[in-house]
Design a protein around this ligand. Sequence first.
Ligand SMILES: [Zn+2]
Length: 600
Amino acid sequence: MKYSNLSYEISRWSLGDLFPAYDSEEMKAGFAAVESRVADFESQRENLDAEISNTDFMVLIHQVEEISQLISKIGSFAGLWYTEDTQNQAAQNFQARVDQFGAEIQNRILFFNLWWKSLDNDSAARLMKDAGDYSYWLEEIRNFKPHTLSEPEEKIINIKDVTGFNAVNTIYDTITNRYVFKLSVDGEEKELTRGELMVYVQQHDPDLRAAAYQELYRVYGEDGAILGMMYQNLVRDWRNENVDLRSFASPMSVRNLSNDIPDQVVDTLLEVSRKNVSVFQRYFRLKARWLGVDRIRRYDVYAPVVKSEKTYEYSDAVRMVLESFDDFHPDIATHAKRVFDDQHLDSEVRKGKMSGAFCASVQPGLTPWVLTNYQGKANDVATFAHELGHAIHSMLAEEHTQFTFHSSLPLAETASTFGEMLLVDRLLEDETDEDVRRDMLFRQIDDAYATIMRQIYFALFERQAHEMTHQGATVDELSEAYMENLKEHFGDSVELSDEFRWEWVSIPHIYGTPFYVYAYSFGQLLVFSLYQQFKAEGESFKPRFMKILSAGGSNAPARILKEAGIDISQAEFWQGGFDVISGLVDQLEAMPLRVLDADV
Ligand SMILES: [Zn+2]
């Protein structure tokens, strides 16, 4: 294989392709360039009218794009530098300065957006006809035209949101971020953050898993009435503004339009998922057998069933990832290699460095930056494939504009999850140790559960809670409805306990970005369905998949997929995703049972 004799070492990235340093001459010039471009752009404000020529219009668009690229470069430098060392005060200050600068610039150029949205349909159609790759971006802005109010009304909403919707969310975050959770671990009384507490729900000790959940919802439950009241106010505000004033068909339609997915597609996704709820129930029953119990408790959903300590050398991990990409399509591996060659990868574990992993795409033509914390576990190798997948996605789409190369939210996880699956398949193929194979399969289904079914049931609850609140339901009635939601979700496969009635008040997404959660399910199921097509078709699938990736965000998700022969409005398509998960559960069911010695 062409990647077998390359040797890679754990690395720190270089931000040199953006700027040499935050206090460099180049950075000063960057700020100055934004200033002068924006001043120039503002001076052309009076040229904006329905009669503007196509040529003049395109000149303006290129100017907005240039401003947006300059800001993206400065903002990315600030953000990436901060993640290198989150304790670095100079980086913190610089980030705050850049945020402020960016917000001011956005406000100064906002008039273009407002004008474009207010333009009559005929003039807009004339201008969009020659706008090439910019047209989808222009179309997306205008999608909101029917729901836009007059300028003074929009201003009032903006002002009132600061002290209304946004303020309630800030207060919610402030209250809940302050929570301290107490847990007794090995006889020692610990005081933990939520993140630290949740580590214990994935550990071997069943009592500790139960204690961690009980403590989580004890604390949230103590404030349950007030957190629930905050939720109801947000939900009322959402409806008053979006359904009553802006005439959206339903509270969920607002989100669907910003994802540019038709309402019926989302309804189909939710329905098909609901029909497949037994797939994960079967998985939980299987998990019970592996844990040696009749039925798992809700506390045990993420319990580990295999103890595999296998680790992978860094250079082997890189090679496996590149080879699994290369097997699928050489272009994918070549693009991934660019991230290494350009020193855009930070893989080492350092004190103060941000935990977790991400990929940041700054602008077309510039290799994305990838951060991971490599510690050698199978999971770390999979994360590696995932983040490089994101990088590949934006590199494949780099002939698009600044506004259209980023894939939209519902397609954002396509390359990353697909890349991860290619790698896991390869690891499963090469792995002879049954424990390691099982560990990988269980992990894959645990993840699939958390990103698909769990999020679907959150979305179903949101839909119900918005309607119930509109009908005047109390907080306790919402908690009751949440328990009913969990009963349908788990059936008789999982034993529920009463404190989970407060789970819904602990989910920030349903407060801050209503109906956001289904996008996770959408993305993950889409990839499972695509993967199934790949398994069934082999070579002929590949060009279609590459076409989806290279479209980036240059068209509506449904249209990008339709061009690749995929119809997301059909229930069968989504069913294909569940069939893959069902197949994974089959594989696990076929494995010889070996209950772990309980080390509790
Ligand atoms: Zn991702």
